[in-house]
Design a protein around this ligand. Structure first.
Ligand code: FE2
Ligand code: FE2
Length: 445
């Protein structure tokens, strides 16, 4: 055995796996040449392989996803540790089994096996990929990001969340909203739909979520619970939105609910957060859908899923339950568009309201937080609709078209348990004032 081979074997996996030298020593000269060439190949990474800040997402008590942009065909990594120095960090590679995904623009890594309600430090990394010998893949040295942190959800986590919605790639209001998010420092933010306008290419989606025109790093230390809005279904690229915005783990839902990739129900301290998807704001028979949508069965499929969430002890026993939908489930105007007509578009989603509303009522859900109307509104609970509804503002800054309108401002809705009550604060991030405050007693009382 010459020295070259010895150095390969002692450094390689063959010896550690089998420990049987005769197998390796039977290597053909041509094989040895391939090993030598592989080992000798230097793969310099591009100048700047990482092309965005990390975006934390799909938080669960035992896992958190992260996606980020890269400049070349790469494999992605994340390291997670219980200390900011990253001592004894656990390393993860891109999601996918058996093949970890490689991609030339967006990488997604799932950090799993985590403990609930626990603070972690993490960094992301990427290695450019080349193929020096046939199909033998060789990654470059890993380029690592700065260290960031997150705290996993769970019953012992902080009872604190924030909500943004209808950002529509408008970077001035997005700057106002993300600045408020930074100030509030809740461990989780619900992005309640209409991040897109119409996304035709993957690059459109990369710009919206990973390389926004303001608020850089908004999701590097706060996990995002993304809920679809009607605009997030529009354009060819949004069919593959999960290339950038990861879906819930299959283990979080039963096989019956396989299609419900984004619905979430997690405990954030004393608050259960439930995400429901209202879909498009037009019926499936509308020509805009081209006969290629199934929103009506999709809303119906969320019924058994929603019912089952309240059978989970941690959801059933939550002192506070808040449901998130993009299109409201109620409108105070009896003539408001219910989303079932050919004309115009939904002001509220009648099918979802009829299917889900009674389940929310039966389970004493205190509040539905909606979006879509681009105008902040609060609908108090009534005897027949025991859940209240809060509608977030939109991206317009004091104008409706060219007409001044004081009711048009973006909001960050904050929920926090204070003195045993759920306190909801609606921050008008345009005029930097509190637009509304609401308080809800425990549903268990
Ligand atoms: Fe919108
Ligand atoms: Fe909308």
């Amino acid at each position: 055995m010459d020295m070259k081979r010895r150095s390969f074997l002692t450094g390689g996996a063959l010896l550690t796996v089998s420990g049987i030298v005769p197998v390796a020593s039977g290597m053909l000269a041509s094989e040895q040449a391939a090993h030598d060439k592989y080992k000798a190949t230097q793969v310099p990474p591009p100048d700047k392989l990482l092309d965005s800040e990390p975006l934390l997402q799909v938080p669960a008590p035992d896992s958190v996803g992260v996606s980020f942009a890269v400049n070349a065909l790469s494999v992605g990594y994340a390291q997670v540790a219980d200390n900011p120095e990253m001592k004894n960090a656990r390393q993860y590679v891109c999601e996918g089994m058996p093949l970890a995904e490689i991609h030339d623009r967006v990488l997604r890594v799932r950090m799993d096996g985590l403990k609930p309600a626990t603070k972690y430090w993490y960094r992301i990394g990427a290695a450019a990929v080349t193929y020096p010998i046939g199909y033998w893949m060789k990654p470059s040295p890993i380029e690592w990001s700065a260290v960031h942190s997150f705290t996993t959800p769970g019953e012992a986590a902080a009872s604190h969340f924030m909500v943004i919605n209808d950002t529509h790639a408008q970077w001035k209001p997005f700057a106002m909203a993300t600045e408020k998010m930074r100030e509030l420092q809740a461990p989780v933010a619900v992005w309640n739909g209409d991040a897109s306008n119409t996304s035709r290419t993957l690059e459109d989606i990369v710009k919206i979520f990973l390389k926004p025109g303001s608020g850089t790093g908004y999701g590097a230390d706060t996990a995002i619970l993304f809920n679809n809005g009607n605009h997030d279904f529009r354009g060819q690229a949004n069919i593959h939105l999960d290339q950038v915005m990861m879906t819930r783990l299959p283990s979080e839902r039963s096989p019956r609910d396989w299609a419900l990739h984004r619905n979430f129900a997690i405990r954030q301290g004393d608050i259960a957060l439930i995400g429901l998807d209202t879909g498009e704001d037009k019926p499936d028979f509308h020509p805009a859908a081209g006969g290629a949508t199934r929103f009506e069965p999709y809303r119906a499929a969320q019924v058994p899923w929603l019912e089952d969430q309240f059978k989970r002890p941690e959801i059933a026993q939550a002192p506070f339950v808040v449901a998130f939908v993009h299109i409201p489930l109620f409108d105070p105007n009896p003539n408001a568009n219910p989303g079932t007509l050919l004309e115009d578009y939904a002001a509220w989603q009648k099918q979802a309201a009829e299917l889900w509303g009674p389940i929310l009522a039966k389970n004493r859900v205190q509040l539905v937080i909606a979006a879509h109307q681009h105008r902040y509104r609060f609908d108090p609970a009534t005897a027949t609709r025991p859940w209240a509804q809060l509608v977030g503002g939109g991206p317009e800054l004091g104008f409706q078209g060219n007409t001044p309108d004081d009711g048009k401002f973006p909001t960050v809705i904050e929920g926090k348990v204070v003195d045993g009550k759920l306190r909801i604060t609606v921050h008008d991030v345009f005029k930097k004032r509190v637009a509304g405050e609401f308080s809800f007693p425990s549903r268990l009382g």
